[in-house]
Design a protein around this ligand. Structure first.
Ligand code: ADP
Length: 774
């Protein structure tokens, strides 16, 4: 029931990383609790002061009585302090205190300094009478002195830095059982010693070693409650963990590298060639000085995965550093250790993660580095990437140089436009274009599908995705240059199939279990029994899926839903019988695909797409003109006749059928579309046209040229065929739009057709093909 009254002088601490406060108090006197007034939220009690009061009144008497005791105590205290290293300021101060302070205060002060357990400290505090306090403290002092003597004997040859205040605390072997707190403290102390050992045995650079030893010296003197203690310790632990000298051995064999790259990636020949060149030079020259490779291309074309393959061919560790959105240079270079929550940058963190000093670092999305008030991360990257400088890269957190010259950096970006020029200058850009459909199909079947099957625990005996289905996914469910979304769609298919397969297995195993030990008859019986049940469960289960499950168009629609994309401009023009016209609507110009097809029939012309009368007339005009010029252009119908409508029906369609279209301006488009259909040639995919036609093949001017041209420009078309007499309308159009486009002025249909087809639409007679008589 005895306590110490004290005055709080200072409160320090923070809530980060966890609440941790330190109170600095000055002790006033001892007191005794007479009565507890309340306990919550904090205890309030009536107390009686126990010492200090008395001290003054009984001073003379006590001095006489205690003279001997206090003298003895003082002697021990001086002996103890003199065994310590006087060069430590705290020790020198203590020595001065011994002489200056009143003797009565010494037991309390010394007990708090020397190594004592909490219990012992409390006992001293509990001792109200001075005599008692002296008596109780002397054995503690003696114990400390003995311990220190022992320690000095064993550590004699060691340097004087062992004479620290902390080190004088001897281990108690058979004394009072230590409290948990003490144990913890002891453990921490052991950790620090271990840490020091690790630092001395690690292979860090000389400079780093010097810094670390200095830090550990500070750490040993620091009370653990100080926030800086944890910081310093984290720092030292990181320094020990860093791979200063640890590296993997490169295994580089160009032939093997080529095979590995080819195995991992289909197509991208240019990229693979350049990567091999790079590796070959490395093999011959055995150093990394040279430009940093930077793969530039749309997402999902395999930039990252090539980087991973390079690491694999070299037998190196791989680490990806995502730079997208990084706008603080300390992300690259770390925070100075003075900041709360400071940490190393991503480069040093990456090295710690991989644990070797020669990994492959993939700097992903360098084009998406930002800039902010916190500095320019791109500028920080310059130092990292420059082979002339990066052998001494200094992270702010480490504050010592780390050699990055063994790290192989590869960068990726979607565009070079936003990469800072200085950074771009240090990199060799290798463009990775998107894939064609054919390439995507191959990639899907060679790489993506097998990978997805494996991820979903499926085998080719369970699922079959034919190439036409893949093509369908590519054209109708994805719209991308790379293959990432294709990969996701394949994943969705595999998931759906996995459900079916699992359901099938479940159904198969059901009768099996009942069958155990019951023989054939029983099996039949059970199977019949379970049938009605499963039918009532789900209709699907009634018919076990036949393996392999074939993913056809219907399955695709079931799993992925209705197609997401209509075919793109060039895709729509990938077959004969399609041309792009320009239409004018109140909402502005629009591009319009005109499609035509022919079939056996009786020479009928079908028009769909909500056409007005004038449009229908244009269609008739167009077909008539083509029929009359069929011989000149060598246009024939399916049976080889120049009469295009002989036994042939033609269907013309103007998509987006919900909107009524009328007007004469589609004439040239219809002619071009039909000419393409009958000649079997493709209309150029970058050309759009507008113009009214006459029966004799002249092209007449139309309205809305400005809007139509803008629509074509928006759609990314490059050439526009307009009637000659509309030339004056072009002046209304902004210069920059005009500069992007090529205009073809046509006054007759010959000119239109010549401009609409690659290589012109010649009037030359074709070489007659002999039809087989067999
Ligand atoms: P990026 O980094 O260009 O955005 P990724 O490297 O992440 O693209 O590639 C996405 C996925 O596509 C990966 O699973 C990768 O294996 C696959 N992939 C891309 N291109 C090819 C290719 N040519 N051959 C095989 N797989 C490829």
């Amino acid at each position: 029931r005895i306590g110490t009254a004290a005055l709080a002088v200072q409160v320090v601490g923070s809530n980060w990383p966890k609440p941790h406060y330190t109170l600095l108090v000055t002790g006033l006197c001892r007191f005794q609790i007479l009565q507890l007034l309340k306990e919550k939220p904090y205890p309030v009690a009536e107390v009686e002061q126990l010492d200090r009061l008395e001290q003054f009144t009984n001073q003379h008497q006590s001095e006489e009585e205690l003279g001997e005791l206090s003298e003895q105590f003082y002697k021990y205290a001086v002996q103890l302090v003199e065994m310590l290293d006087m060069s430590v300021p705290a020790v020198a101060k203590l020595r001065r205190l011994l002489d200056n302070l009143p003797r009565e205060a010494l037991p309390d002060i010394l007990t708090s300094i020397i190594r004592t357990s909490n219990k012992e400290k409390l006992q001293i505090l509990d001792a109200v009478r001075l005599e008692e306090r002296f008596k109780m403290t002397i054995p503690l002092l003696v114990r400390q002195i003995e311990g220190l003597k022992l320690l000095q004997k064993t550590r004699k040859p060691k340097q004087d830095d062992d004479k620290r205040v902390v080190a004088i605390r001897p281990r108690r072997i058979n004394h009072i059982p230590s409290t948990a707190e003490d144990e913890e403290e002891e453990e921490d102390h052991d950790d620090v010693v271990m840490l020091e050992k690790k630092i001395r045995t690690s292979s860090m650079s000389e400079q780093a070693l010097k810094v670390c030893l200095k830090e550990i010296k500070r750490l040993k003197k620091m009370p653990q409650s100080m926030p800086e203690y944890a910081l310093t310790r984290n720092y030292l632990e990181l320094m020990v963990e860093l791979p200063w000298n640890k590296s993997t051995k490169d295994r580089l064999e160009i032939r093997a590298a080529r095979i590995l790259l080819d195995n991992d990636h289909y197509a991208m020949e240019k990229l693979k060639k350049r990567v091999l060149e790079y590796l070959a030079v490395r093999q011959l020259k055995n150093n990394l000085k040279g430009p940093i490779l930077c793969f530039v291309g749309p997402p999902g074309v395999g930039k990252t995965s090539v980087g991973r393959s390079i690491a694999k061919t070299l037998g190196r560790e791989f680490h990806r550093i995502a730079l997208g959105g990084v706008c603080d240079q300390s992300d690259i270079r770390g925070h100075r250790r003075t900041y709360v929550g400071s940490m190393p940058g991503r480069i040093i963190n990456g090295l710690k993660t991989v644990g070797v000093n020669n990994p492959v670092f993939l700097l992903d999305e360098v084009d998406k580095l930002g800039k902010s008030l916190q500095g320019d991360p791109a500028a920080a990257l310059l130092e990292v990437l420059d082979p002339e400088q990066n052998h001494g890269f200094t992270d702010h957190y480490l504050n010592v140089a780390f050699d990055l010259s063994q790290v192989l950096f590869i960068a990726t970006a979607n565009t070079t436009a936003t990469i800072p020029p200085a950074l771009l200058d240090r990199m060799e850009v290798i463009r990775v274009p998107g894939y064609t459909q054919e390439e995507k199909i191959e990639i899907a079947h060679r790489h993506l599908i097998p990978k997805q099957l494996e991820q979903h625990g499926l085998t080719p005996q369970q699922i079959q995705i034919p190439q036409v289905t893949t093509l369908d996914i590519i054209t109708r469910y994805t719209r991308e240059a790379g293959v990432r979304s294709l990969d996701r769609k394949l994943g969705a298919i595999c998931r759906a199939v996995a459900v079916k397969v699992a359901e099938g297995q479940h159904k198969e195993t059901k009768p099996d279990r009942a069958e155990v030990g019951e023989g054939e008859d029983c099996k039949e019986h059970v199977t019949e029994d379970t049938k009605p049940e499963s039918i009532s469960d789900t209709a699907d289960l009634a018919l076990p899926p036949e393996m392999p499950i074939l993913i056809d168009f219907h399955a695709l629609k079931d799993i992925l839903g209705p197609p997401l994309y209509e075919m793109e401009v060039s895709e729509r023009l990938s077959q004969p019988g399609v041309a792009i016209g320009l239409a004018w609507t109140p909402l502005g110009g629009e591009i319009m695909f005109v499609e035509a097809s022919r079939m056996d029939g009786e020479g009928q012309l079908t028009l769909t797409g909500q056409l007005g009368d004038i449009m229908k007339e244009s269609a008739h005009l167009a077909i008539s003109w083509l029929r009359s010029n069929a011989k000149r252009y060598q246009l024939t119908n399916a049976s080889g006749s120049f009469d295009l409508l002989d036994n042939t029906d033609i269907h013309l369609h103007f998509p987006a059928g919900a909107v009524t279209k009328d007007g004469p301006s589609a004439g040239v488009t219809i002619v071009t579309c039909l000419a393409s259909l009958f000649s079997g040639r493709l209309v150029c995919s970058d050309v759009a046209m507008t113009g009214e036609i006459t029966l004799r093949g002249l092209v007449l001017p139309v309205g809305g040229i400005k809007d139509k041209v803008l629509a074509a420009h928006r759609a990314g078309l490059k050439r526009i065929i307009i009637p000659q007499r509309n030339e004056k309308d072009l002046e209304e159009i902004a210069l920059n739009v005009r500069q992007d486009l090529t205009f073809v002025m046509a006054s007759c249909l010959d000119e239109v057709l010549n401009a609409a087809f690659d290589g012109g639409f010649s009037v030359k007679p074709r070489v007659e093909r002999l039809s087989s008589k067999l």
